[in-house]
Design a protein. Structure first.
Length: 259
């Protein structure tokens, strides 16, 4: 297996990425990181994907804010907005108000307002799509695999890039009805039972999928929390569910990328 770093062109410049590549790849998987960023856990996921016979590329979606968006600062910001809905988090004034009530620092407020800034979210999606196009030019069968924040981006890439072969979402925010109608790739959606903020959007998503005849495999793991796959976070990690979810991921990638 070859591994290392590369960069590719996107709308805002050259985006750095980690990659792991087998000797004879059967396809590519773009791995989209959690809210914590391109941490060692995501690099480990890339290596696991490579061992399955696929090239894995994980773009650093925080590349313009690497000093600000680091795990310890992100954790403080996320704790500050945890009681806000996804819609409320997109209201920067609501975010500032929530953080101010908790007495959090200006820097932590800057972290939160950056993460939920719509222009920044659009740039992350542009970078993810650019990474998929970069991979598509090298292997015409490409899947996305995203976790948490990256899970939502994984689904949105499928609404933007019609040649995507497959899309895997781990506890990410699903697209709206209009977005679902644009998706052509089969979707594997993996969710945690105890994840009320994300799960509140699942019924509408499933209804939209059924109404538009899309290819969806969905599994909810009982007694699990958001982030259960990440073995570097012992607060939420669930070994049995993570192992089963990886077997499901392997099955899905093999079924879709090796056709």
């Amino acid at each position: 297996m070859e591994q290392g770093h590369l960069s590719f062109e996107s709308t805002g410049g050259r985006v750095p990425a980690f990659f792991a590549k087998p000797a004879s790849p059967a396809g590519s998987v773009v791995v989209l990181h959690e809210v914590w960023g391109l941490v060692p856990h995501i690099e480990d996921v890339c290596k696991r994907v490579s061992k399955l016979g696929f090239t894995a590329v994980a773009p650093d979606l925080y590349w313009k804010h690497n000093e600000l968006l680091v795990p310890e600062k992100i954790r403080a910001a996320m704790e500050g907005v945890w009681n806000l809905s996804l819609l409320e988090r997109r209201d920067i004034n609501r975010v500032r108000e929530a953080l101010a009530k908790k007495g959090l620092s200006h820097e932590i407020m800057q972290v939160a307002t950056t993460l939920y800034n719509q222009d920044f979210r659009d740039q992350m999606l542009d970078d993810a799509v650019a990474c998929v196009k970069y991979s598509y030019e090298r292997t015409p069968r490409v899947a996305t695999l995203g976790f948490c924040l990256g899970g939502g981006i994984s689904a949105r890439v499928a609404t933007k890039f019609s040649q995507l072969t497959a899309c895997i979402v781990f506890y990410g925010e699903p697209p709206d009805t209009l977005g679902v109608q644009k998706i052509r790739a089969p979707i594997l959606a993996i969710h945690a039972e105890q994840d009320e903020i994300i799960n509140s959007k699942i019924p509408e998503f499933v209804q939209s999928v059924l109404a538009s005849g899309k290819d969806l495999t969905l599994k909810v793991y009982p007694a699990t929390r958001h982030g259960f796959f990440n073995d570097s976070n012992r607060e939420t990690y669930n070994g049995a569910a993570a192992e089963d979810a990886w077997e499901l991921t392997k099955w899905f990638l093999s079924r879709k990328l090796r056709q």
